[in-house]
Design a protein around this ligand. Sequence first.
Ligand code: 48H
Length: 255
Amino acid sequence: MIDETKITRAILENAFKDILDSLDIDVAIAGGGPAGLVAARYLADGGASVSLFERKLSVGGGMWGGGMMFPKIVVQEAAKGILDDFGINYIEDKEGQYVANSLESVAKLTAKAIDAGAKIFNAISVEDVMIRESGITGFVINWSAVGAANLHVDPLTIASKFSIDATGHPTEVCHIARKKVGKLNTPSGEIEGELSMWAEKSESLVVENTKEVYSNLYVAGMAANAVFGAPRMGPIFGGMMLSGKKVAELILERL
Ligand code: 48H
C-alpha cells in the first residue's frame, strides 16, 4: 500500500545513510562540473570512497550549455578515450575533432560516476575548509538554500584524506584556503587569476595545472587554470575531462 509516511521514512533513512557514510572519506570533491564528475568516477573505480558536493540542484556545471547554448561540445583527440570510457556518442568532424551532445555528456558522466560508487550530493555548498597541521582535512558544508535565503545557520563538516576544488571559474575552495592559510603552492602564493581565451594553450595547461595546491588540496578543471594563471578555452571539454582523470590518478597513487 502506498503511504505518505512510509515514503517519507524511505527518503529520510536512505538519505541519512548516504550522508553518514560520507562523514569520513578518502576524497571530497567540491563542484559537479565535468572535471569533478570525471574525477569522482575514476576515484571510485580505483577503490576510493568519494563524495561530491554540488551547490546547484543539477550537476553538470558549464557543460549543459555547450557553446553559447548550442548543445554541442568539442573534444580533441587526446580525450577521445574518455568519451569512449563513458559511452558518450560523438562524430568526428572535418577538422579532425570530435563533437558530442552536451546533454548526453552530462547525463553519462553523472551516471557512470554514480555507477562506480561515488556519492553525489546536490544543493549543498562547500562554504569553508577544515585545516590542521597536516593541511586541508575536509569541507565545511551547508545547504545552498541557507546561503540563498541569507539565513544564519551553522554548517556541518565532512572529513577527508584529500579534497578537490572542482568549482570551475570562481575556484571557491582555493579562495577560501588562500584566505585562511596565507599562501598556496602557486608562483606568487596567491590565486593567479584566469587569462583570456586561448584554447590550444589552455587545454594543455589545464592538465599541467591539475595538482596539489596546498597540502592535501588538489585543484582540477577550470579552477586549475584560474588558480595558476592560465587562459580559458571556450566550449572544448577535453581538458576538463583529462584534468578530472589526472587528479584521480594523482590521489589514487597516494591512497
Ligand atoms: C559546491 C560549487 C561551489 C561550492 C561552485 O564550472 P564547472 O563546469 O567546472 P569544470 O571545471 O568542471 O568545467 C569548466 C567548464 O564547464 C567551463 O566553464 C569551461 C570549459 N569554460 C571555458 C570558458 O572559456 O569559459 O562546474 C563547477 C561546479 C558548478 O556546477 C558549480 O555550481 C559548483 O561547481 N560549485 N559546488 N560548493 N562552493 N562553487
